[in-house]
Structures are given as structure tokens and as C-alpha cells.
Design a protein around this ligand. Structure first.
Ligand code: C2E
Ligand code: CA
Ligand code: CA
Length: 774
């Protein structure tokens, strides 16, 4: 999860929880205070209301006692004249009322009733001269009388009046307990408590209920907030407030509180997030993106976040780590890409570069040339001067190679700003890639410059060494479509240079590729060679003086099922390379031993059979043992056989003593030894003397050269030299009568060639040449 999201996930629940808890706490406090406020306001109202009511009550009582004690009542009672009576009382009552006017009451009434209940006098403070007592008041008076009460107080909720009743003796004005006496006078005072009622109405409008209980009410309703006040003698006033009205207020408070908390939480959240982003997440993200974009090959550096906090430290540490990493990377890269001795690219990197250049050349329609270089005779330097000198030579050579290729004035396509690549592929093998060149001749020019590096040997501080270069050249796209193909083909061309005598450049060609393909096919077939596909042909070798067949040379024929007839000149060197030669040689020896008696029976017991041996055979320790085994098996006389050893063996400079002693052993048990193909290579006359041989076979090309250019004397001297060393001389490749005569004159002992006979199967040879005289 991204840091940003993680921070959000962390902040959000904490914020929500803390705001929720605070909100709930605040709400509870608020709720309690709302309730207690409402409760106390209800109590206040009840107190005020009951106070106001009590005042009216007191006024009514005061009014009643004022009347009772007033002179006007005396006068009223003592006067008989009805008119005077009322007048006297009314003016008295007005006076009393005036004294009481501090209290506002819009209705005030007095009734005087006789002992029989009949109304004797009625007064009210209204403008209506015909005003009559209220029916409900009369009904209440009736009820009181029925109950035989002479004194009572009552608040009538119907009339909305406080009513007082008192019964007096007309003469003594003492309070009495019955109405029956004719002297009884009942005074009923009623008062409308205006302020009290106004206040009640106001409270009701505000949602309160005001209830007046006549008797005390015990039960309280839980859904109400109420306050009760007792009005002694009258009842209880209760001010009530329905809790649901408070709840609805609280709900409003709750929603306002909730809304403001949500807004506050959101604001806090966004502020926190912005601050965290600015000071923590953004710097980390910047660092992270820098790190993820890091390319160790690139040149960019980490920008350090200069703050004195953990992020600043982190960024500093990363920058340090990065520079260390980069250093190590450079070293590792150098080690992985470069050859440690020459500091040129190694084979692995060379392959990658070549692949890359080829795919780019494919897009740009350009060419890539590959030069494959092998130093000729490097082994000679190593063996004779030691490895330290060899290494020094390689280093200097690599340096000059690099210099020549880079500093060349040959115009490369500089558009790509690409220099040629130089690599060391193995010991003394190097490669040069010339990328994206347009001039046709570029690769050839570069190769010749490279060849010139070794003109007159190679000189460095350690000395001058006889090395040269064999260069193979192949170019994309004509000589190969892939890096692998191009390498194989340039390598083939390089081998061609070796074959052509070294110190040269060979161009890869279709023919060359055909040749190598053929070689590969032959090698493949050799690996699974069936000896039944082999056959021995024989070629006669005649004595020069007499023309009689003295020996026959066994020559191998391979009739391959897959490839047809393959010449031994083609497959024997390959068999030596891949190791199949041993199997072939043993077969040849066995076949020659098997057929020798038949040939001897035909051409005479003195006929010798010449057998070609692979040079590699002589370095095998088990060869002699196997040869003796076959000699024993076929009961042949070794002296009847000549073993021909090809030049490749004795031209090698490091013939080991064991190989020479093997030749001596073979010689000792009777085998005659011949050096084959003398004059075609590097065999020195000294070697002719050193080795235990008895015959020298002069190569066909050597004979041809000496005969054609009239240098018979050279030939003659060589023959004489051989004779002086007790060596017999066989001339190969005699194709004409003329040659046979000339060679006879030079003193050659034996002659061999198509002039006498081509190699033939033994039976055919015996039928075609049925006598030993040709
Ligand atoms: P080599 O030992 O020098 O054999 C002589 C080759 O010269 C033979 O070729 C032969 O046919 C050819 N030749 C002889 N006289 C003439 C001539 O007058 N004109 C021409 N144009 N050619 C002539 P071949 O049989 O193709 O053998 C080639 C080489 O293969 C041999 O050269 C030898 O080095 C090798 N070879 C042949 N048979 C064997 C074998 O059984 N074992 C081994 N190890 N190598 C063999
Ligand atoms: Ca031979
Ligand atoms: Ca030969």
C-alpha cells in the first residue's frame, strides 16, 4: 500500500474516533445542562406563578376582611331604605377597591346572600349597571350551602376566579356556623386573577402546561418536567413541560453539533494530510522516484533533501549509498565487461554489442563489418620467451589495435557517433566491429592497416617477435544475418587466412561457407562412421631402374551413404581433429594385413605394402600395443610393411622423445618407415638424418616445381643427399612417361603415379597388372 493511502487510513479512524467521542461527550453535557436549565425555568415559572396567585388570594382575603370591618357594611345592615343601603355600601366598596387597586384585576364581585340563599346585594366593578352574578358562581354557592359550609375558599378553573365565602351574624358581625338563623349574612367575594392568568397563557404559548389541582396530586408523569407549588387552602399549581419538546430542541442541537464536527474533522483531516504530504510524504516520494529512476550507467546524482529531520538524513544516507554503489558498480562493470589483461571488451560484451549494432543496422539499412583476428605464431612467443613476455605482447598489441581502429582516418559514418569496437575473444584472438559505415572499402582498409601492425615482426619493449595476423572478414547483411552467423563466418574466413599461409586477410564467401558446411557434414558423418563403408585401394610403386612393382601403397576410400565418395585428403585431417582417426587406422592396418598375403601371392613374396598412418597416432601410448596385437593376429612379418608418416608429424617442433622412441621401436621389430610428402612443407634435412627412417617420399607438388622450372639439379642433389644417408627416394605423382624417365635420371629409387596405375581395389589391381613388371 502506498504511504499516502496508509497515512490516510491511519489519520481517518483516529480523527473520526476522537471527534465522535468529543461530540458525544459535549452532547451529553449539553443535554444535561439543557435539562437542568429547563427544570429550573419550570421551577421559576411555578414560583412566580404561585406567587402571583398567592397575591390575588391575599387580596381577596384582605378585601373580605376590609368589607367585614368597614363602616359601610354597618350602615348597609342598619339602614332599611333599599336605595340608601346600596348607595352606602357601593361608595364604601369603591373606597376599599381603590386601596386595593395596586393589583390589576379586571373583575371583582361581591354577593350578599340572606339566610335562605336569596341574593340581597350584588356588586361588581364593571360598567354594566344591570350586571348579574355569574351562574357558575351561583351554582358553586349552592353547592357550598348544600354541603353546609359557612366559610370556604375556592379557585374555579371554569370561572377563572378565586372565590371566598364567609357567613356572619348581621348584628354582631361575628362569624357563624349556620345559615339557618335569620340574622345570618353570607358574603361571597370573587376575584379574577388577571396577571396570574396572563402569565399562565404566556407559559402555555411557550409550550408549558399550567395545571391547578384542588387536592394535592401525588403521581408524577415521567414524560414531563414539572414544578408544583402549594397554595395553602386552595390547592396546588403545577407548571409542566413535555420532555419531547426538549428532545426536539436537543435533536436540533445534536444535528448542529454533528454538522460542525464533520466540518471540523474534514478540515483537520485535510490540513493534516496536506502538512504530512508537504513535510513527509512528498519528500519521501521524491526520494523514491529518484531511486527508482536511478540508472547506474547514467550520470544523474541524487538530489539531497536539506532538512534537519529523518527525511533529510535518509536522503543523505541514500546519496552516500548511491555514490558507493555507483563506484562498486563501475568496478564490477569493468570486471564483467572488460578483459583484465588488455582492458578490451570481453567476448560476452562483444556478442551483446554486435547484436545491438546488427539490429540497429537493420533499421538504418547500414552495414556492420566484423574482423576476426588471430595472432600467428603466438604460441612460439609464449613457449620460447615465457608467459610474461606473451602477456606483455598481448597488452601492447591490444593497445595498438585499439589506437589504429579508433584513430583511423578512414571515414566512418560519424552520424551515429560510434567508434569501432575492439574486443579480445580468447588467448590470441581479437575482434573488431566496424559499425554503420557506408564506404564499401572501409573494412578492407582497416584490415590492411591492422596487417601492417606486424610488418617486419612486432616490436615492443620486450623485443621483436615474428608474429603476424590472420584476419577473417564478414559483413552484415551480406555475410550473415545474426551476430552468431557473422562470428562463425568471420572465424571461417580467419581459418582460410591461416590455410593460405597466414599474415593475410580472407573475405568470407559463399564458397568458403560451402567448404565449411561440407567440413561440418563430413565431421558429422565421421562421428557415426560405419567401417563397412571403408575400402582399401592399392597403388603400385615401381623400381625406377627395372620397372618392376616393388611395393603397393594402401590408400583409403570412403563411400559414405550420406555424402557419397569422400577423399581421404578431405576426411583424414578432420578425423584427426575429432579423434576418429584411431578407429580408421586400426581398420586400415587390419585390412592391409588381411589382404597382404593375397597381394604377395600375386606379385611375389618380396612385395612390400605401404600403409599411411595419421601423425596423431604416434602420440598415443596404446598404439604400439595394438599394432603388435594385429601383427600377431594376422601372423605377418613387419619387414614386409612400410609405415608412411606424414609431414605434419615431423614438422612439429616439440616431438617428444617418447614419439621418437616409438618410431625406433617400430623400426626395431622390422617395420620400415617412410617420410611422406617431403618438400611440401617445412621438413628440414636435419630431421631426415635424425629420424629412424629408410625412405623419403618426395611430394608431387615438389617434383612438379623442380621439374617444371628446369631445376632437376636441385632434385638430383637432394636424392644424392638422401642416398648418402642411406635413405631410399620415392617420387610421387608420376603422370607421364617423360616424367618417369627424367626422374629415373635424377637417381630416384622408386616411382609412383597415375602413369603406372591409379589406386585400385586389390582384385582389380591384380587383374589389370597381373605381373610385377610394368
Ligand atoms: P599420400 O599418402 O601422399 O597419397 C598419395 C595420394 O596422391 C593419393 O591420393 C593418390 O591417389 C595420389 N596420387 C598418386 N599418384 C598420383 C598422380 O600421378 N597424380 C595425381 N594427381 N595424384 C596421384 P588419395 O588416395 O586421395 O590420398 C590422399 C591422401 O590421403 C594421402 O596422400 C594420405 O595422406 C591420405 N591417406 C590416404 N589413405 C590413407 C590411410 O589409409 N590412412 C591415412 N592415415 N591417410 C591416408
Ligand atoms: Ca602416402
Ligand atoms: Ca605423399
Amino acid at each position: 500500500m502506498k504511504l499516502n493511502n496508509k497515512v490516510q487510513l491511519l489519520i481517518l479512524p483516529v480523527l473520526v474516533l476522537s471527534f465522535l467521542l468529543t461530540g458525544i461527550g459535549l452532547y451529553i453535557i449539553e443535554r444535561n445542562s439543557v435539562y437542568s436549565l429547563a427544570q429550573s425555568s419550570v421551577a421559576n415559572e411555578a414560583t412566580e406563578l404561585s406567587g402571583s396567585f398567592a397575591q390575588y388570594n391575599l387580596v381577596a382575603l384582605g378585601f373580605l376582611s376590609s368589607i367585614i370591618q368597614s363602616d359601610s357594611l354597618h350602615r348597609f345592615l342598619q339602614t332599611d331604605d333599599k336605595q340608601l343601603k346600596s348607595l352606602a355600601l357601593s361608595s364604601g366598596l369603591d373606597d376599599i377597591l381603590k386601596n386595593l387597586e395596586t393589583l390589576s384585576s379586571d373583575h371583582f364581585s361581591i354577593i350578599f346572600a340572606q339566610h335562605d340563599g336569596k341574593i340581597e346585594y350584588y356588586y361588581e366593578n364593571s360598567l354594566d349597571p344591570f350586571a348579574k352574578p355569574d351562574l357558575a358562581l351561583l351554582r358553586w354557592i349552592e353547592t357550598i350551602r348544600e354541603q353546609r359550609q359557612t366559610s370556604a375558599r375556592h379557585y374555579s378553573q371554569d370561572l377563572k376566579k378565586i372565590c371566598l365565602i364567609s357567613t356572619l351574624n348581621r348584628i354582631t358581625l361575628e362569624q357563624i356556623n349556620n345559615f339557618d338563623s335569620e340574622d345570618s349574612l353570607t358574603i361571597i367575594v370573587s376575584l379574577h386573577p388577571k396577571d396570574f392568568l396572563n402569565r399562565s397563557t404566556k407559559l402555555k404559548q411557550e409550550g408549558h402546561s399550567v395545571v391547578f389541582y384542588d387536592k394535592s396530586q401525588e403521581l408524577q408523569d415521567a414524560s414531563l418536567l414539572e414544578a408544583r407549588r402549594i397554595i395553602p387552602g386552595l390547592g396546588t399549581i403545577s407548571v409542566e413541560l413535555d420532555k419531547s419538546s426538549i428532545e426536539s430542541d436537543l435533536w436540533k442541537i445534536l444535528s448542529k453539533l454533528g454538522l460542525s464536527f464533520i466540518i471540523l474533522a474534514a478540515l483537520t483531516y485535510f490540513t493534516l494530510q496536506r502538512l504530512l504530504s508537504k513535510y513527509v510524504i512528498d519528500p519521501i516520494n521524491r526520494l523514491e522516484s529518484q531511486l527508482s529512476n536511478i540508472d547506474l550507467d547514467g550520470t544523474q546524482e541524487i538530489t539531497i533533501h536539506h532538512s534537519k529531520d529523518e527525511i533529510g538524513n535518509l536522503s543523505g544516507t541514500f546519496a552516500r549509498l548511491y555514490s558507493k554503489l555507483k563506484e562498486t558498480y563501475e568496478v564490477t562493470k569493468e570486471l564483467a565487461e572488460k578483459d583484465s589483461l588488455t582492458t578490451l571488451y570481453n567476448r560476452r560484451v562483444f556478442n551483446l554489442i554486435l547484436e545491438k549494432l546488427i539490429s540497429r543496422a537493420e533499421l538504418d539499412n547500414q552495414q556492420v563489418a566484423l574482423l576476426y583476428l588471430d595472432i600467428d605464431n603466438f604460441k612460439f612467443v609464449n613457449d620460447n620467451y615465457g608467459h610474461a613476455v606473451g602477456d606483455e605482447l598481448l597488452k601492447v598489441f591490444a593497445f595498438r589495435l585499439h589506437e589504429i581502429v579508433r584513430g583511423t582516418d578512414i571515414v566512418f559514418n560519424k552520424k551515429q557517433d560510434e567508434d569501432p569496437t575492439v574486443a579480445r575473444l580468447a588467448g590470441d584472438e581479437f575482434a573488431v566491429i566496424i559499425p554503420s559505415y557506408t564506404e564499401k572499402d572501409t573494412a578492407r582498409k582497416v584490415s590492411h592497416r591492422l596487417l601492417a601492425l606486424c610488418d617486419n615482426g612486432f616490436t615492443c619493449e620486450a623485443g621483436t617477435f615474428p608474429i603476424s595476423l590472420s584476419i577473417g572478414l564478414a559483413a552484415y547483411p551480406q555475410d550473415g544475418q545474426t551476430a552468431e552467423e557473422l562470428i562463425v563466418n568471420a572465424d571461417s574466413a580467419m581459418y582460410e587466412s591461416k590455410k593460405r599461409g597466414k599474415n593475410t586477410v580472407s573475405y568470407y564467401s559463399k564458397e568458403l561457407s560451402e567448404f565449411f558446411r561440407r567440413q561440418q557434414a563430413v565431421e558429422m558423418a565421421l562421428k557415426s562412421l560405419n567401417v563397412h563403408e571403408l575400402e582399401l585401394y592399392y597403388m603400385p610403386i615401381v623400381e625406377a631402374k627395372t620397372g618392376t612393382i616393388k611395393s603397393v601403397e594402401a590408400l583409403l576410400r570412403w563411400f559414405s551413404k550420406s555424402l557419397g565418395s569422400v577423399s581421404p585428403a578431405e576426411f583424414i585431417p578432420l578425423a584427426e581433429n575429432i579423434g576418429t582417426y584411431h578407429k580408421i587406422d586400426l581398420w586400415v592396418l587390419e585390412q592391409a594385413f588381411r589382404e597382404s598375403q593375397k597381394l604377395r601371392d600375386h606379385y611375389g613374396e618380396s612385395l612390400k605394402i605401404s600403409i599411411n598412418l595419421s601423425a596423431a597416432e604416434l602420440s598415443r601410448t596404446d598404439f604400439a600395443e595394438k599394432l603388435y596385437f594385429l601383427v600377431d593376429k594376422y601372423q605377418v612379418l613387419p619387414s614386409m610393411f612400410i609405415l608412411e608418416i606424414t609431414e605434419t608429424f615431423y614438422k612439429a617442433q616439440d616431438n617428444s622423445t617418447s614419439e621418437i622412441s616409438l618410431l625406433q621401436d617400430l623400426n626395431k621389430i622390422g617395420f620400415q618407415l617412410a617420410i611422406d610428402d617431403f618438400g611440401a612443407g617445412y621438413t628440414s634435412l636435419m630431421q631426415l638424418v635424425e629420424f629412424p627412417i629408410s625412405i623419403v617420399k618426395l611430394d608431387r607438388s615438389f617434383i612438379e616445381k623442380t621439374m617444371m622450372k628446369g631445376k632437376e639439379t636441385v632434385l638430383q642433389s637432394l636424392v644424392e643427399f638422401c642416398h648418402s644417408q642411406q635413405l631410399l627416394v620415392t617420387a610421387e605423382g608420376v603422370e607421364t612417361k617423360e616424367y618417369s624417365k627424367k626422374l629415373q635420371q635424377t637417381g630416384c629409387d622408386y616411382l609412383q603415379g597415375f602413369y603406372y596405375s591409379e589406386p585400385l581395389p586389390s582384385d582389380k589391381l591384380m587383374t589389370e597388372l597381373d605381373t610385377s613388371n610394368i
